[in-house]
Design a protein around this ligand. Sequence first.
Ligand SMILES: [Zn+2]
Length: 92
Amino acid sequence: MESKRKLKILVDLEKLNTLNPEGCLACGHKFTLGEEVVLARGKWQGFRYIHENEAVFDKKTNEHYEQGYYAAMKETLRTMGHREQGRQGGRP
Ligand SMILES: [Zn+2]
C-alpha cells in the first residue's frame, strides 16, 4: 500500500544543487526546497527528476512518466492497437 509513496522524494539542499543547473525538464522551472519530485521517463534519456504533479504514474510498468510524454505514448499504443484489431478481423 505504501510502495507508491516511496517513489516520491522531497527536494533537499543536495538535490537542489544537483538538479538546478538544468531545472525541471518538464516545466523548465527551477526546483525549490521541500518540493515533491519523482524520477520519471520522458523525452529525455532514462530517468530524470521532475515535479510530482507533472508526472503520471503507470501501474503497468511501475514507473513515472512526464504527462505530455505519457499522453503521446498512450496515443501511439492506442493507434497500434486499432491496427492490430483490424488485421485480426480479416481472417479467412
Ligand atoms: Zn516541473
